[in-house]
Design a protein around this ligand. Structure first.
Ligand SMILES: [Zn+2]
Length: 339
């Protein structure tokens, strides 16, 4: 079985985006704010939006199941306030639940959290609990920078985040560290802000002792871990200078990386530097990079091809990357599969 741990509902029906625009307009003029019930999306619309996109790509590329969450760029935690984020997150998560209910063999849900800059993340506990216990979701996306690129909230290792971590541990679900759109013009959304977020989160974990307080808390750092594998020597050296244990012992019981790296040399490096126990297969379809690589003739985000070509991976390593590690990192996935 091949499980893609990182997919977003980027093909949701247009009416979702229209609702969001009306919600944003309503922040300036309350008379324009839509009621939650004004958004009506039929099951057929959902089926159409999935069958021609994510489901077709699963079939074409030979993958079986996607761990699926709302469009990350659309989370927009910097927009409005906690009330805005609560309504929007609830709607987006419900849609993911409906996709998973319509295609239970192909999708398992992960939720967006109703974060807001400067609002303590304890605010997200109720929605996380609802998504896990009512919808059967198996994880969440946690935005380390709800300000959309201005880094105004404390680092992920600060006690500010602890109430949310306590809930993640209690529910036994991991968080994928995932930024949303950038509203800072210095940072391109998927080209800079995403990779910054991944890299910064890892360095935050090195700089503190978060996992002493939460030995079973797990994070997935997407996009191949940002710059981390490429600069593994730098991070090992920095940790050493700080008197930390070797990174493998210090962080790799709690931090994993996905394979959303869109070229062969990048996947080669990832699989040489990071142990197979800590790599989870992912493509992030339909996502950040949608074109065909003229050098290979294949889609950049067809990441399974790259892993298939890494000849130093054993059969056991491959099995871990394609599905075994998901069962370890997302215990609720395993529990669900056993039912
Ligand atoms: Zn993503």
């Amino acid at each position: 079985m091949i499980i893609d741990c990182h997919g977003h509902y980027t093909t949701a029906p247009k009416s979702l985006e229209t609702f969001r625009q009306r919600q944003i307009d309503g922040l300036k003029d309350a008379r324009l704010a839509p009621g939650k019930d004004s958004l009506v999306i039929g099951d057929d619309e959902i089926r159409d939006s999935i069958e021609g996109a994510q489901l077709r790509i699963q079939r074409e590329r030979g993958t079986d199941l996607t761990i699926f969450s709302p469009r990350a760029g659309g989370m927009g935690h910097h927009i409005g306030n906690a009330v805005t984020s609560a309504l929007w997150s609830g709607i987006c998560n419900e849609l993911i639940h409906r996709v998973c209910a319509l295609f239970p063999k192909n999708f398992v849900g992960v939720c967006q959290l109703p974060q807001s800059p400067g609002v303590p993340p304890a605010n997200c506990i109720a929605e996380l609990d609802r998504c896990v216990n009512e919808y059967g979701f198996i994880g969440c996306n946690l935005n380390p920078v709800p300000s959309g690129g201005y880094w105004t909230d404390p680092p992920l290792t600060d006690r500010y985040w602890y109430p949310l971590y306590e809930k993640l541990v209690e529910l036994d679900v991991p968080a994928m560290v995932h930024v949303s759109a950038s509203c800072n013009p210095a940072f391109h959304f998927t080209g800079a802000h995403y990779i910054n977020g991944d890299t910064t989160a890892f360095m935050q974990f090195i700089s503190a002792d978060l996992f002493k307080d939460f030995p079973t808390l797990r994070f997935v750092i997407p996009h191949g871990g940002g710059a981390v594998p490429y600069h593994w020597g730098r991070y090992r050296g920095l940790a050493q200078d700080m008197g930390k244990p070797p990174l493998k012992d210090f962080l790799l019981n709690n931090v994993d990386f996905d394979t959303c790296v869109y070229h062969q040399a990048g996947i080669d490096l990832l699989t040489k530097v990071i142990p197979a126990d800590n790599i989870l297969f992912a493509s992030e379809i339909v996502g950040a990079v949608r074109g065909i690589d003229p050098e290979t003739g294949h889609y950049y985000d067809d990441t399974k091809r790259y892993i298939d070509k890494v000849d130093w991976l054993s059969a056991a390593d491959r099995e871990k990357i394609f599905s075994g590690n998901v069962r370890k990192v997302y215990p609720r996935f395993a529990a669900r599969a056993a039912q």
